[in-house]
Design a protein around this ligand. Sequence first.
Ligand code: ADP
Ligand code: MG
Length: 574
Amino acid sequence: MPDTLISQIAAGEVVERPASVVKELIENSLDAGAKMCWVEIEQGGMKLISVRDDGCGMNRDDVKMAFARHATSKIFTLPDLENIRSFGFRGEALSAIASVAFVKIRSRHRQGGAGKKSEIGGNDAQEGYEVIYKGGVKESESVCGCAPGTEVVVRNLFYNTPARRKFLKTEQTEIAHITAVISHMAIANPFVGFELKCNGKILIAASAIGEADLYTAEKIRAAALLGKDFLEDSSQVNFKTLSIDIHGLIGRPGMTMSSKRHQYLFVNGRDVTDSLVARAVIDAYGTRLPPRNYPMFILHINIDPKEVDVNVHPRKLAVKFLETQKVYRDILQAVEQALDGDEGLSGRVDSENQSIGTVQGAMEFNSQFSGTQEKRQEGLELQTVSANIIGQIADSYILIFDEEGLKIVDQHAAHERIMYEKFKRAMSENAPVKQPLLIPFNIECSREEAVFLKQAISYLSAMGFEFDEWSGNTFVMRACPANLKKENLQKIFRDFLDDVMSERQKEKILPEKILKSLACKSAVKFGMKLSREEQEELLAELQKTPNNQTCPHGRPTRIILTFNELEQRFYRRK
Ligand code: ADP
Ligand code: MG
């Protein structure tokens, strides 16, 4: 098979669309120690992609070699592959790209540059060298004038592979992919500056962050690209053991989204997606996540390169952890800690350093982000509750106000969370507060329900229930948790049984399901009139309850209309 054909086949895997070219080229720039990366595109990258950097550059021989298949300066032996820290390592990106486009590379070795390259050969820092390829065939090469660093210009991508070209989407879609690639890389590399120009217009301008420690730099960069709101509505993740370092930002409960768009995961600096990590994050949110919602996160995971296989995906979009269970547990714990540590209902991430970041070009991201504003649910304290209760409306919501604004509490969601946390505590500590029933009552069960009750009995008694089994499928309840209202007990328990049975797909009894279901069935209903005292009591309880920003299904327990918002809505301020 001719070499160009082999490269074209490889291109099918490496180069899916213009954004994958941009990614490979930026990775090369980062590997070359660049401090700044300028990207330009036209027609969504289909007509032109240019990536220029101020990295170490290449000498003449290196430029000539760069397009050979498996030309890589980064890997020489198998142990190298296991310890890989650079982004590239297969040496196939440039040759693949060159085989399906017109490519021009210009490079000038930087004297005393990032020093990755050997100084053997014609190290000529005085001038640059240029090579032009067309469809994988060299057209010309010559000495040229250029700044130290490297520039790769890719024109007419897929001109010779019409099937590929047809597969491309609209210009807007390709631009969106490219913007996403660059913002991911910019978030992962705060000490490197990035600029994206699209049809002559600057879309992203993120200047390199100079003097700051890594974590601060990462926060500044995240704010620059995703907006200050992102930072303010996030908790910090900070988890370190001997084998793993997990840090970043995670959206507070209530700041979740209906898409996975704002999930950024970097494993040893590599921008990847990983279902194990996503699952661990979701599990850490647990009941704080509404159905069909996704948490927002930026997670940097640093781990011994030997613990992770980076060579499992042609475009390097995924990695494989060797010890998946351990990594799962670490992430779960890291995120849980971050979310729990943030229960104080106010507490804002300090925003003192944000102004250092350059925020132009982030408008697009900001506006995308503010699309989630209506979902925002502020975690603010319900201070001096009883003094400020306005009252109940529609037999369903309790209204309060304080110096911040108007707070609207969903009485069912709030009470559900209160009950859930009480039951959960009793269950986990096995320290129930019981109330004996003066008149025990019978529970008539189906066979199936009886089987369930017997299996669930240890959980239920940890919560405060006491049963005798009379005969077959009839149980007698002798005591129940103290916080249940005895008047409704029979109905609550029946509803609970119906609920768990209807959803019981697996044989396994999930204590979580028992907790949620009982919390739901025993909570005050939506549409139930509450006396003033009951309203006060509910709010006071809510204030003392952990995770009180959402109900156990992740819906908010309250929303707030700030005076600021009111002024904006009445156009009292711009
Ligand atoms: P890989 O990155 O896997 O090594 P590539 O095909 O992407 O393979 O690049 C081939 C080689 O070309 C690299 O190993 C590197 O030596 C050189 N190279 C490519 N881009 C640059 C750049 N921007 N600056 C310096 N050297 C580069
Ligand atoms: Mg590469």
